[in-house]
Design a protein around this ligand. Sequence first.
Ligand code: HEC
Ligand code: HEC
Length: 282
Amino acid sequence: MKTTVSILLAGMIAGASWASPPATQAPDTDEYQRALHLTPDLNNGRRLYINCVSCHGPEGWGQTNGTYPQIAGQLAGVIIKQLEDIRRGNRSNPIMRAFTSPRVLGGAQEIADVAAYAASLPMTPHNGQGRQELATEGATIYKDNCAECHGKQAQGDPQDRIPLLQGQHYNYLKRQFDHIRKGLRRNADRKMTKQIKGFTPQQETAVLSYVATLSPPKKNWRRPAGSTRTSRSTHAPRPHLRAELKPQIPVSGVFHGLRPIGLNLHQCIHSTTPISKNRPPQ
Ligand code: HEC
Ligand code: HEC
């Protein structure tokens, strides 16, 4: 009996380890490096993506209000790094962390698979915008301060795991600047962290408003079927497209995996309030 209880307890402690307070740790270089170099299995990635649908959406487009970022089309290596950082508490993301725990997602191979799948998804160019009247000022700031790392068109750099910023929602970009400045992204780029501390609020709004106007290349888009529209807007993904792209596994499947650790989707989504209190563009 005693043994059963301790086995049970040991199991519970192991299972609950995701809930321990976020520790600042260097990424487990082993798992991280392995994930970067493994050959991904896209079919398995599609299956694992069920863990992501409830927030990032079946298309990986996130939400134009920036609560959830667009992850479709992001560089696979960047997704791997962010998953590792979130998993290890280097990036405060209590909502998503449980979904990246080894128990739910798996190890290096699974991280590589789901990252490759998200990276392969077509992007929406209809991302949330900032203050477009500041975009010209922002373009100059971008060229002088950001292009050397993120690329002229903000296409990112796979070699150095520098994120692609094209098509990202303005409010999300803004929140990341806040998080980087406040040290909530503890494994961010040092040079960038130092650089953005010197920006005035207007410069920051301007540069991020410009970044939000940068579209992914057309070959990476999926426009709503039957639409001839070429202009950009902040519309949510069309309902019929959502249906078309719905994964085969019902979303409720996510919760079967999570029930043992006592999470439900409602709590997850509603607990976003603290981090999404970002002011709308002014
Ligand atoms: C419960 C909601 C939720 C689920 C489920 C979820 N995420 Fe997230 N994810 C978020 C939120 C919220 C953020 C942004 C956090 C922030 O502002 O720092 C995020 C951020 C990310 C980022 C960082 C993007 C960037 O450009 O910096 C990646 C990559 C990501 N998620 C991938 C995934 C993958 C892959 C899955 C499935 C295995 C997943 N997420 C499941 C809520 C979720
Ligand atoms: C020295 C190189 C460098 C410079 C300069 C730089 N960045 Fe970054 N940036 C990075 C790296 C690397 C990351 C990813 C950090 C991480 O892994 O968390 C990043 C992350 C970001 C993110 C978060 C993206 C995401 O998807 O989570 C944003 C937004 C961003 N940079 C915008 C900018 C802007 C705007 C500028 C110019 C004002 C800039 N960066 C300058 C290297 C740089």
